[in-house]
Design a protein around this ligand. Structure first.
Ligand SMILES: [Zn+2]
Length: 207
C-alpha cells in the first residue's frame, strides 16, 4: 500500500539527503489503535531519480507492506512529479507533442517512441486534473483547463507537488501518478477520444 511521506524536498535533495532513512510510520493504518507488530521493512530502489529508495514498513497481522512515497516522486511512474510537470507544461505551451519530444527527449533514439512518452504523460495529467476537478469542483474547476491555469491559481511552478500536499486526505481515491489509486480499470477513458486498441477490460455490467 502506498502512503504519503510528507517532505518538501525535491527529488535531487531527497536522494542527496537519503531522506528515506528518516521516513517513519508511527501508526499502522490497519490497526490505528496499535497492538500489531508494525516494523520497518527495509527499502526498495527506484530507477529514477537514480539512487532513490523508498522506505517500507510491514504489518505482519494484516500482511500489508506500506511504501512511504515522498511528495517529490510520482506514484507508479518513473521520476519526479516536477519532471512530469515540466513535460506536460511544455506540451501545453507549445501545443505540440513532437516539439516537446524533440526538446525534452534529445536522448531518445526514435522520435515516435519519444512522442509516445510525452503523450502518455499528457494523458495521465489530463486524467488526473479531471479527477481533481471532480473531487473538489469549487476549488479546482480551473484544473481542467490545464497546468498553466492551475499553476497560476496555486501560484507555484510545482503545481503537482502542491496538489499532493493539498489533497493529502484524498490520495487513496486519486489516480496515479499524483494519488495512489491505480486506474487499470479505467484505461480506456480518454477525453481526447483516443482508442485504446489493446483494451481488454469489458464493462463489468455485461451490457
Ligand atoms: Zn498493523
Amino acid at each position: 500500500m502506498q502512503l504519503r511521506y510528507e517532505t518538501g524536498l525535491t527529488g535531487e535533495e531527497y536522494v542527496r539527503a537519503e531522506a528515506w532513512r528518516d521516513a517513519r510510520l508511527e501508526r499502522c493504518p490497519n490497526h490505528p489503535d496499535g497492538g500489531c507488530s508494525l516494523s520497518s521493512h527495509g527499502t526498495y530502489s527506484r530507477k529514477t531519480p537514480r539512487g532513490a529508495k523508498i522506505a517500507r514498513w510491514y504489518c505482519r497481522e494484516s500482511r500489508t507492506t506500506f511504501n512511504l512515497l515522498p511528495d517529490c516522486l510520482a506514484a507508479r511512474l518513473p521520476g519526479t512529479l516536477d519532471a512530469l510537470e515540466t513535460v506536460v507544461a511544455h506540451a501545453e505551451r507549445t501545443r505540440s507533442l513532437t516539439a516537446t519530444a524533440r526538446a525534452l527527449r534529445s536522448d531518445a533514439v526514435e522520435i515516435p517512441g519519444a512522442i509516445r512518452w510525452v503523450r502518455r504523460r499528457v494523458r495521465l495529467v489530463r486524467r488526473l486534473l479531471t479527477s481533481v476537478a471532480e473531487l473538489l469542483p469549487e476549488r479546482f474547476a480551473l484544473g481542467i483547463a490545464g497546468l498553466g491555469p492551475l499553476r497560476a491559481h496555486l501560484d507555484t511552478g510545482r503545481a503537482l507537488v502542491e496538489l499532493r500536499r493539498l489533497l493529502a486526505p484524498h490520495l487513496s481515491v486519486l489516480p496515479t501518478p499524483l494519488g495512489f489509486r491505480r486506474h487499470r480499470d479505467r484505461v480506456s477513458e480518454h477525453p481526447s477520444g483516443f482508442q485504446h486498441k489493446m483494451g481488454h477490460d469489458p464493462p463489468p455490467s455485461g451490457a
